[in-house]
Ligand binder design. Structure first.
Ligand SMILES: [Zn+2]
Length: 94
C-alpha cells in the first residue's frame, strides 16, 4: 500500500472518532440539562470540592467557602455568620 494512503486512512479514522465522541457528548449533555446549560458549565468549575460547615453542617463548595485557619486545620464555612459563630463557641469553651 502507498504510504500516503495509510496517512489518509489514519486521518479519516481520527475524524470519524472525533465526530463520534462529539455526538456522544452532545447527546449526554442534552439529556442531563436542557434548561440550565450555561449554569451547568459554570457550576462544574465552581463546585470542585464540597466541605462541611462545622457550625450548620451544610456542604459548601470550597471555592465559595469562608476559610479559617484553626488549630493547624483549615475550616470552611458557608458564611461569615457561621465563621463568627464558630469563633464564639471556641471562646466559650476555653
Ligand atoms: Zn453555615
Amino acid at each position: 500500500m502507498h504510504p500516503i494512503k495509510l496517512v489518509l486512512i489514519a486521518i479519516l479514522i481520527y475524524i470519524g472518532y472525533r465526530l463520534l465522541i462529539s455526538q456522544f457528548r452532545n447527546k449526554s449533555d442534552k439529556n442531563d440539562s436542557k434548561v440550565e446549560n450555561q449554569k451547568d458549565d459554570q457550576a462544574t468549575d465552581i463546585i470542585d470540592t464540597l466541605e462541611e460547615d462545622p457550625v450548620c453542617h451544610s456542604l459548601v463548595p470550597r471555592a465559595q467557602a469562608v476559610r479559617l485557619h484553626h488549630d493547624n486545620k483549615l475550616l470552611y464555612f458557608c458564611s461569615d455568620k457561621c465563621c463568627r459563630k464558630f469563633l464564639d463557641q471556641q471562646g466559650e469553651q476555653s
